[in-house]
Design a protein around this ligand. Structure first.
Ligand SMILES: NC(=O)c1ccc[n+]([C@@H]2O[C@H](COP(=O)([O-])OP(=O)(O)OC[C@H]3O[C@@H](n4cnc5c(N)ncnc54)[C@H](OP(=O)(O)O)[C@@H]3O)[C@@H](O)[C@H]2O)c1
Length: 295
């Protein structure tokens, strides 16, 4: 038997996505990962598996397993479009979590479900702890909360929910990338200053998801870079650390950019439970941004 076939194998869903692709690049020593997604990309071995379909998931576990754990990053992530497609978003974000959790419960293995700060309403003024009451403002937030609940119900002893926020990373579309692209076309950018959260690099988050899978307990964790910022702060820091000059960033309000989905005005996450598990917090957001930008 080759070494790979004797290694413990972990299933990573959403492997073509912004976070899943980074999770696959952060596989700890001694483990092997099997990536799955709807579409092909580097690291995706099982293409076209619809996780909301119990038969396809059973087949995936039979053919690509046995797995020793699952990190579930796949999701319907189009926050504004979800307002018009809540049924589809619920199928992916809600139902698929339940289906995966049932498969993990049958196999007796842990499941990490990645969730979001959008389960909160943003009315708080201090960082949200995992047990803080939820109250999503958007279809996306409702469907992600539904996924949390379906997974916990189907696999109470093995489900670890990890809520994160404001992600960016080497692959995929994200806010810093959009700002850098716009800065090539314009000499002035207007950016929302009245939403506060914490920008989080997938380079920081991916290893933390592995730690939660391998050493965490069932329950809810919050995982974001240290500190807090507004989108305006993030835009300014992105241009500064990327060395972009001659572009003015102006603050504006949420009402200046009306969007279909309501966003929480304040969604800073209290990550002390994760810090206790790992012995250290994720990097401060501006340090993580600098590392990402290579500056
Ligand atoms: N991005 C953020 O700022 C943010 C913030 C908080 C939490 N999160 C959570 O973090 C996780 C990762 O987000 P991300 O930004 O990396 O997402 P992403 O780049 O959109 O990747 C998600 C992946 O899931 C796939 N997928 C969609 N429906 C599926 C289905 N039915 N079966 C199998 N795969 C399916 C998508 O394929 P297609 O692209 O082909 O549809 C996509 O490749 C998600 O759970 C998200 O809710 C993200």
């Amino acid at each position: 038997m080759g070494e790979a076939s004797t290694q413990r194998r972990v299933l990573v869903t959403g492997a073509a996505g912004m976070l899943g692709s980074q999770v696959l690049l952060a596989v700890p020593d001694g483990l092997a990962a099997v990536g799955t997604d709807l579409r092909e990309a580097a690291g995706v071995e099982r293409v076209g598996v619809d996780l909301a379909d119990p038969q396809q998931v059973a087949e995936l576990f039979r053919e690509a397993g046995p797995f020793t754990g699952v990190i579930h990053t796949a999701a319907y992530t189009a926050v504004d479009r979800a307002e018009e497609q809540e049924e589809l978003a619920e199928r992916v974000n809600g139902l698929a979590c339940g289906v995966l959790a049932e498969a993990c419960a049958s196999a007796g293995i842990p499941l990490v479900v990645v969730s979001t700060d959008f389960v909160f309403d943003g009315e708080a003024s201090v960082p949200y702890e995992p047990h803080h009451p939820v109250n999503p403002l958007s279809a996306y937030g409702r469907t992600k909360l539904s996924g949390e609940r379906q997974a916990q119900e189907a696999h109470p002893g093995g489900t670890r929910i990890v809520r994160t926020q404001w992600l960016y990373g080497p692959r995929g579309q994200h806010f810093p990338g959009t700002m850098l692209a716009l800065a090539k076309e314009r000499d002035q950018l207007r950016v929302v200053q009245d939403q506060r959260g914490c920008p989080t690099s997938t380079l920081e988050l991916a290893p933390a998801l592995w730690d939660v899978l391998l050493t965490g307990e069932a329950g809810v964790y919050h995982a974001a870079c240290e500190g807090e910022a507004t989108w305006f702060d993030l835009a300014k820091a992105t241009l500064e650390h990327a060395g972009v000059e001659g572009v003015e960033v102006q603050p504006c309000g949420t009402e200046d950019f009306p969007r279909p989905a309501h966003r929480p005005a304040y969604s800073v996450l209290d990550c002390s439970k994760l810090t206790a598990l790992r012995g250290a917090p994720l990097a401060p957001w501006e340090d993580a941004l600098r590392t990402f930008l290579g500056s």
